[in-house]
Design a protein. Structure first.
Length: 159
């Protein structure tokens, strides 16, 4: 079978620094050639933040984004922090819309058993740039039947 690859398509997301942000942390970056998400860092020049178990906080990145029309940025947790410390995003995945121009923050939640220290420069989340489709919604008197029907949570089995 032939190796089929899409042509490289570059999506440009313009990034602006917030006043007072530590620019030495650099822009979001992909940790490997195959990474889907670019790492975001906590930009906390005023000092570290400790999250108690069950506590959540908005952690600044020091950035503002200009996302091209027809795209979004999805914020996702870093798997190592989730596994080792229970650190997750309270609204995972978080969506940054193309028309938002405010500061980029990450809502972190400590789901672990111990306090967690978020230090300046720590990689706290990943951002994935993704295309967006907007639907047209229409009212209907009926919807098509499927084999699943109205079966909800757990209706397709376990495992």
């Amino acid at each position: 079978m032939a190796d089929v690859r899409e042509q490289d398509a570059t999506v440009i997301v313009r990034v602006m620094w917030e006043p007072g942000a530590d620019r030495s942390l650099g822009l979001p970056a992909y940790a490997s050639d195959g990474a889907a998400g670019a790492d975001l860092r906590a930009n906390l020049p005023e000092g570290a933040v400790t999250l108690a178990p069950g506590q959540r906080a908005l952690i600044g990145t020091g950035l503002r984004l200009e996302i091209p029309p027809g795209h979004e940025v999805q914020l996702r947790p870093r798997s190592g922090l989730a596994l080792k410390h229970g650190l997750m995003l309270a609204n995972s995945p978080g969506t940054i819309d193309a028309d938002y121009r405010g500061p980029l923050g990450v809502i972190l939640l400590n789901g672990g058993q111990e306090p967690f220290l978020i230090e300046h420069g720590m990689r706290i989340a990943q951002m994935v740039v993704a295309p967006v489709l907007q639907a047209t919604f229409q009212t209907a008197d009926t919807v098509d039947e499927t084999a699943r029907g109205s079966g909800g949570f757990g209706s397709t089995g376990i495992g």
